[in-house]
Design a protein around this ligand. Structure first.
Ligand code: PXP
Length: 245
């Protein structure tokens, strides 16, 4: 199973202060060195985290694959055709949402999605559709000739109790089996963390997981202690120099 590391929230932290750090390019390279199989970024229409320049810079810098998540808009299509990532994942997008709340409605948008797939595939960009674990949506994706889907695991991840979690997991399992039987490359993602990933990772039909927020959040605690020590050392060394003068 492959891991796509989503680095959007490196940009969230950077943008909070308008600095140039932390750098999404540096994050992508660290993630690759640690074993990430691909780097995922979502260029949202409001550019709230990743900016256009980040996408170009990461595309140039990495040696794995860039998976660009984008809304079903002409602007994003033009952008993807210019960046030429190895992969595009088409996601639904609402301006007011905090994160991608539901899967893409393939039903009702078949023509537009089919056109996007055709135009992107012509440039050798693999196209994935981010959809809910819903048989009707998977069937619609098949009918328009899609070959890759990413199942939205958000409802599983956010389940309030064990019974709901089990039911949501079963939906993902059934959807993954159905999609695999129908020839899809099946990926999954959203809301996955170190506690809930195992039950998804053990589904044999799923080939790739895209995980962002939890990895970046965990990185703070894996690194905070070192970061504080580094600052203390810098302050201490400055004072030592002072006292020597
Ligand atoms: N997959 C898709 C299609 C997404 O839109 C996102 C969020 O940008 C993710 C995976 C990663 O979700 P999370 O940040 O919750 O791990």
């Amino acid at each position: 199973m492959l891991l796509g590391v989503n680095i959007d929230h490196i940009a969230t932290v950077r943008n909070a202060r308008g600095t140039v750090y932390p750098s999404p390019v540096e994050a992508a390279l660290v993630a690759e060195t640690a074993g990430a199989d691909l780097i995922t970024m979502h260029l949202r229409e409001d550019r709230r985290h990743i900016k256009d320049a980040d996408v170009f810079a990461v595309r140039q810098a990495i040696s794995t694959r860039l998976n660009l998540e984008m809304a079903l808009t002409e602007e994003m299509l033009d952008n993807a055709l210019e960046v030429k990532p190895q992969d595009v994942c088409i996601v639904p997008e609402k301006r007011q949402e905090i994160t991608t709340e539901g899967g893409l409605a393939v039903l009702g948008q078949e023509k537009t999605i089919a056109t996007f797939i055709e135009m992107l595939e012509k440039e050798n960009i693999r196209v994935s559709l981010f959809i809910d674990p819903d048989i009707a949506q998977i069937q619609a994706a098949k009918d328009i000739g899609a070959s890759v889907i990413e199942l939205h695991t958000g409802r599983y991840a956010d389940a309030a109790d064990e019974k709901t979690r089990q039911a949501e997991w079963q939906r993902i399992k059934t959807a993954a089996e159905f999609a695999d039987k129908n020839g899809f490359c099946v990926n999954a993602g959203h809301g996955l963390n170190i506690h809930n990933v195992a039950d998804i990772a053990r589904l044999p039909e799923i080939r790739e997981l895209n995980i962002g927020h939890a990895i970046i959040a965990q990185a703070l605690f894996l690194g905070l202690s070192e970061s504080v020590k580094q600052m203390k050392t810098a302050i201490f060394q400055a004072q030592m120099l002072n006292s020597e003068q």
